[in-house]
Design a protein. Structure first.
Length: 162
């Protein structure tokens, strides 16, 4: 029985929460593996082979999220003795020697239209700061999942990985 760690602290509502719930449903049906879902706000159903560990403080600020990603997440991999990681949050868990599948769903780093800081601060941050973390994660991931063909093509061009 493998232990699969599913990382998704950003998911709270909308499409991200829908994807998390879909993976969770599949995990509930899979008795051959142990699943540990790492979330922030969402409380997911637990069984004898599915666990949900919540970190609501991650939502307090960008700093809290960065601290979680760089310090806490690698410790969770060790704590749960993960055999595999499924990251649903656009970035891999750093500094671990465990196979990782990365689900990339944030399109802003891949689009041609560039936003200025004055136009939209959040979009600018995604295109000029977070994009570097996403591309680096894509190069480190063992497998990458994207939703559309245009994102697949853009991933190959921008991150240099097919």
């Amino acid at each position: 029985m493998k232990t699969i760690l599913v990382m998704d602290v950003p998911a709270e509502h909308g499409g991200a929460l829908t994807i998390l719930k879909q993976f969770h449903q599949k995990a509930l049906e899979d008795n051959s593996n142990k699943w540990v879902f790492i979330t922030s706000i969402p409380a997911l159903e637990e069984t004898n082979h599915v666990k949900n560990v919540r970190f609501p403080w991650v939502k307090k600020s960008w700093f809290h999220r960065l601290y979680f990603d760089k310090v806490v997440a690698p410790r969770l991999v060790s704590r749960y003795n993960a055999d595999e990681i499924l990251s649903l949050q656009n970035v891999v868990v750093p500094n671990v020697n465990v196979p990782q599948t990365l689900y990339v769903h944030q399109p802003l780093p891949f689009i041609d239209r560039r936003f200025t800081l004055k136009e939209n601060k959040t979009f600018w941050i995604y295109q000029n700061v977070i994009d570097k973390m996403i591309f680096k994660s894509m190069r480190k991931a063992d497998k990458i999942i994207v939703q559309t063909n245009w994102m697949k093509k853009a991933s190959i061009i921008k991150a240099g990985k097919s």
